[in-house]
Design a protein around this ligand. Structure first.
Ligand code: F6R
Length: 617
């Protein structure tokens, strides 16, 4: 999830770009850069055409800003980018903007080009020279190839050639007052003002310069000059669109109009889940080269060990069930903080997976080091490119949830669950433990999971109402079985960390072995009970706690009629495969916990005593 800003008009663009990038830094911050059409008076980074000046740096925007202070860049038309790496390390060469061979065209991009490897080979054969490891670099070379004096029509041709997601923005020294943009799937807005026009990943990036905006739809292209905005549909026909005015202040705008980052991130889950599947599920096939395993190694695998902490540990528990069920490989799951102290055995043909959204959790890092010292090969699953865990692991599978600002994990969790599903499917296929029909059925159901998550989010009001009725209770028990159990554990963790109410996530069948003694009229029991093979069992457990006067809230599947007879409140989720309920049930639980915490006036983005990455033991 990179950030994009661009400007053309009668003001100098250097400061506009830097200010915009600072506002976008929350979207990604491993490197940043700008390209400005200038008189060549700035630092020219080896370009043959002195008109485009590119300055880029690894690290935070502040480093780029310091570098720019010493340079005189006078241009009025330019583009800027802050990067959240997906392909290639977060270093200066991989930072955007990227150039074509002549240095005449500069491009920034947010998203993933799925067919970049074949495009790169094709372009190399035609003589194009590449200097970075990014997927983006194919774009300026494609524009160079298609550019017949008009960058807009080159962009429109390019869109037909690439497969992928995101937004692309380009400038050319031959059309020095124009900015060309294309939206494939990621957000891109036009800001209009009498002093010039802007393109940006979101409104806050340029809110200090204008309050008038125009949205761009998927597969539309745009041409901006200082006094004109043109929008074209995917067939290249001109589209008329009227600007709208926003009245947001900057802080609320950064949250995209949401009250908190946590809520915004909960709502970003369809996107994070889709992006994490992107490039891995192509044409009904599963591509998982990142695992770095030969077919022989995959087939020989006899065990998987997963370690993680907190929410990531709950993703590991889902991973265990799905891998054992589909791939028939035994999986052991440990809390990272326990693993390193329990004299673990590292066996041959065992794959070691560490899950950590931040990639910096010290317990997970220490467990990795312990396992490595015993000869294990490590696969990291993380959301942060270049993080310590990513660097210390043998291979990395990135979740593409985008930066998570809220301290408690939401969208990174659902992205981790997707990776667990993909790993389960991958080994099931490689080991020949799954039939083609089942394989295809799972893939097609995974593909529509983002829509089902969206359908739940669209009914947030129902969850808010249940939270309004129950937020004063002081004891919450989240119960689940099989795939519902990790969701119950995650629900209890979410609630306790943001509301400070005591909550337990428990295996429903274990209630009678102790915790049922806790239940009375001051307790809320949240039953995670989708239509799976253990539904009837958990329904009886729910009836047992109802008999002890607890208030009952159940998450069930649409069409369920039985639960309503026992429960005080129900929330219905869409139907899916048994294994995939783990990801759907978590969405209402996140929203429910969020609204309880809000009712109690808590700071959900920064709960007391917690930090986003836990770098102390
Ligand atoms: C809960 C939460 C924490 C983290 C845990 C591990 O909302 O955010 O429980 O899941 O600290 O963090 P990572 O995944 O960064 O290793």
């Amino acid at each position: 999830m990179c950030g994009i800003v661009a400007y053309t008009g009668n003001m100098k663009c250097k400061d506009i770009l830097i200010n915009g990038l600072k506002r976008l830094e929350y979207r990604g911050y491993d490197s940043a850069g700008i390209a400005v059409i200038s008189n060549g008076t700035g630092r020219n980074t080896g370009l043959t055409n002195p008109e485009i000046v590119v300055v880029k740096e690894a690290g935070k925007i502040r480093i780029l800003e310091d570098e720019l202070k010493n340079l005189k860049i006078d241009g009025n038309c330019g583009i800027g980018h802050t990067r959240w790496a997906t392909h290639g390390e977060p270093n200066k060469a991989n930072a955007h903007p990227h150039l074509d061979c002549s240095g005449n065209i500069a491009v920034i991009h947010n998203g993933i080009i799925e067919n970049y490897a074949e495009l790169r080979e094709e372009l190399k054969k035609e003589g194009h020279r590449f200097i970075s490891e990014t997927d983006t670099e194919v774009l300026p070379h494609l524009l160079e190839k298609y550019n017949d004096k008009d960058l807009l029509s080159a962009m429109q041709k390019l869109l037909k050639k690439i497969k992928g997601s995101g937004t692309i923005v380009a400038i050319s020294a031959s059309q020095p007052k124009e900015i060309i943009g294309a939206r494939i799937t990621s957000p891109l807005v036009i800001g209009v003002s009498k002093n010039g026009n802007f393109l940006a990943s979101d409104i806050p990036a340029v809110l200090e310069y204008t309050k008038n905006f125009i949205t761009i739809n998927d597969f539309e292209t745009v041409r901006l000059t200082g006094d004109k905005v043109e929008i074209f549909d995917r067939e290249g026909k001109k589209v008329k669109r009227v600007p709208f005015r926003v009245n947001w202040d900057i802080v609320s705008a950064e949250k995209g109009g949401y009250e908190d980052f946590m809520l915004k991130e909960i709502f970003e889950q369809p996107y994070g889940v889709e992006e994490t599947m992107r490039g891995r599920l192509i044409d009904g096939k599963l591509n998982f080269d990142e695992l770095n395993l030969s077919d022989k190694q995959a087939r020989r695998l006899r065990k998987i060990q997963i370690i993680a902490c907190g929410t990531s540990y709950h993703a590991a528990l889902i991973g265990k069930q799905v891998i054992e069920r589909w791939a028939k490989i035994p999986v052991e799951v440990d809390l990272s903080s326990e693993y390193r102290y329990r004299s673990p055995l590292v066996e041959e043909d065992c794959l070691f997976i560490a899950i950590t959204q931040s990639g910096e959790t010290i317990d997970t890092l220490a467990a990795i080091r312990e396992a490595k010292s015993r000869g294990a090969k490590i696969v990291a699953v993380t959301n942060v490119v270049g993080s310590t865990v990513a660097r210390e692991s043998d291979s990395v599978i990135y979740t593409h949830a985008g930066p998570e600002i809220g301290v408690c994990a939401t969208k990174t969790f659902t992205a981790q669950i997707i990776v667990m599903y993909l790993i389960g499917l991958y080994f099931a296929w490689k080991k020949g433990n799954i039939g083609e029909n089942k394989f295809k059925e799972i893939i097609s159901e995974l593909k529509i999971i983002p829509d089902k998550i969206q359908a739940i989010l669209d009914r947030e009001d129902e969850l808010k109402k249940i939270a309004d009725k129950t937020y004063k209770y002081t004891c919450f028990l989240f119960l689940g079985r099989v795939f519902g159990l990790p969701a119950a554990m995650e629900g209890a963790l979410k609630l306790k960390e943001i509301s400070y109410i005591h909550a337990e996530g428990y295996a429903a069948g274990e209630m009678k072995h102790g915790p049922i003694a806790l239940t009375d009229e001051k307790t809320v029991v949240v039953g995670i009970m989708p239509a799976d093979t253990v539904y009837e069992k958990i329904l009886s457990n729910i009836q047992e706690v109802k008999a002890r006067k607890a208030t009952i809230f159940c998450i069930v599947t649409e069409g369920d009629k039985k639960t309503e007879k026992t429960a005080d409140y129900v929330f219905k989720i869409p139907k899916t495969l048994e294994e995939l309920y783990a990801i759907l049930t978590i969405i209402p639980v996140q929203l429910y916990s969020y609204y309880i915490a809000k009712n109690l006036g808590r700071n959900v983005d920064q709960p007391r005593n917690l930090a986003k990455s836990v770098t102390v033991e």
